[in-house]
Design a protein around this ligand. Sequence first.
Ligand code: TXA
Ligand code: MG
Length: 355
Amino acid sequence: MTEDAIDEKAMEKAGQILKEGGLVAFPTETVYGLGGDALNPESSRKIYAAKGRPSDNPLIVHVCRLEDIPPIVQEMPEAAMKLAKAFWPGPLTMIFRKNDRVPYATTGGLDTVAIRFPSNRIAQALIAAEGGYIAAPSANKSGRPSPTIALYCKEDLDGKVDMIIDGGEVGIGLESTIIDLTEKEPMILRPGYITQKMLSDVLGEVAVDHTILSADSKERPKAPGMKYRHYAPAGDLTIVEGAPGRVAEYINRELAKAREAGEKTGVICTDETKSLYHADCVKSAGSRRDEDEIARELFRILREFDDEKCTVMYSESFRDQEIGDGSGNTEGQGGFGMAIMNRLMKAAGQKIVQV
Ligand code: TXA
Ligand code: MG
């Protein structure tokens, strides 16, 4: 179905499944979610089991009306009201102090709860049909890239989910930005489409959990889920950073060695550089000028490497300052490129080479 032609009958059925403790995969504007009743601990346990997800990794509670938030939190900070006004419904998740109505099974044992009001109208209709609160992680098997089409939900969760709602390809392709509002200083725990700049335009100073883009994985990120190896293809992925010509030269040299050793090789590049590479699977994420397209393509490419059984892969870097007009201006730092790079670094197990 589409957002403009919502199948009311199917929605009613899906709402019923959720109310009875079942699971439904559904589209949002970011990625597909695996939904269960957020206020039912049994549903949350089922979600963890279906994904094979560690139970200390909390779920996001999805709502479809602002007035449904006060009943499940201790307080609604002024900053949250401002952000809600600016970015909701949309790809932003805020962390609040929870009250007793939210089970610890949903928050991974934490006293805080992550809440998001998605803009996708199919998601909104489903939340309404459920009665207000859907806990939903991304609808992938734990560790795999988040699904951007319904087919990927089926690949990862077939038999473990009671219904999959196909709403076509998602618009954004990376998970929501997460901001913590429970400490003195608002802090971004996961970068996404709503950038640091956009948030600080509304709130003033906004910090970023510095472990997000650090190659040193010993430090513990503040969002429990960010510590897990994620998105990683089965093969070995390395990011290469430097001047475009040098990057291509380095990658081609390494790939030639890998091919000689019998590996199946892959490259993630851009439309501008695609013709420079020699590999079994050369995949452009789109134009370097179009961050939105790169974000939308990334998870699909990572899945395709698995389908095509690539064993050694390299990727160009997508740091903010390297995206955009190429003039080297760094104004874009803290932009959407931060989210792309954060996911890519996790997929590469933080392996990054400077040339
Ligand atoms: O765009 C999205 O946010 C998607 C769609 C389906 O809405 N959902 C999603 O959920 O990405 P998931 O479970 O894959 O990622 C949730 C992240 C995890 O890194 C988790 O640790 C963090 O949110 N999180 C959830 N509750 C938290 C809390 N109370 N404090 C800190 N981090 C939290
Ligand atoms: Mg996820």
